[in-house]
Ligand binder design. Structure first.
Ligand code: SF4
Length: 143
């Protein structure tokens, strides 16, 4: 922690967002499985417009896939001023009674630079598997 109680790593803009918009230049991080969990690919797969056009035929790609891109910090509606609010809210929700059981760390291609892992460590990862990117926030941000 820094002198002000903030994690300096969490403030840095050089981290990867694990729940980024589906856009050319992003990387495909994982795919939603029939068990309702995101299953990460062994390596990040760069996506281009052709790929995205093909998957948009079945609706918004973010509804069934997760993408990674550079963390935008203050350029993102999820940024609280010092950290990403998504993983904090998700962990809180997962701790509620009746929440899905947690499992071991899943394989992940971006753990070394992941914004959420930098913020909260290994407890981000079991929760991460249940997060579907909120496209409503993206629409709001784009307006
Ligand atoms: S929270 Fe964990 S599993 Fe999810 S993207 Fe970050 S490092 Fe990977």
């Amino acid at each position: 922690m820094g002198p002000g109680g903030e994690d300096p790593a969490a403030r840095s803009a050089s981290y990867a967002c694990p729940s980024a918009p589906a856009e050319p230049g992003a990387g495909l991080l994982g795919v939603l499985g029939p068990d309702g969990k995101i299953h990460n690919l062994r390596s990040l797969m760069p996506v281009d417009e052709d790929f995205l056009a093909a998957v948009r035929v079945r609706g918004a790609p973010e509804e069934r896939m997760r993408f990674s891109n550079r963390c935008q910090t203050s350029g993102c509606s999820q940024w609280t001023g010092t950290r990403c609010g998504v993983i904090d809210r998700a962990i809180k929700a997962m701790e509620a009674p009746g929440a899905p059981p947690r499992s071991d760390l899943p394989p992940c291609s971006i753990r070394g630079t992941c914004r959420w892992f930098a913020q909260v460590g290994a407890k981000a990862c079991p929760t991460c598997a249940y997060i579907v990117t909120d496209t409503r926030q993206m629409n709001v941000a784009a307006e």
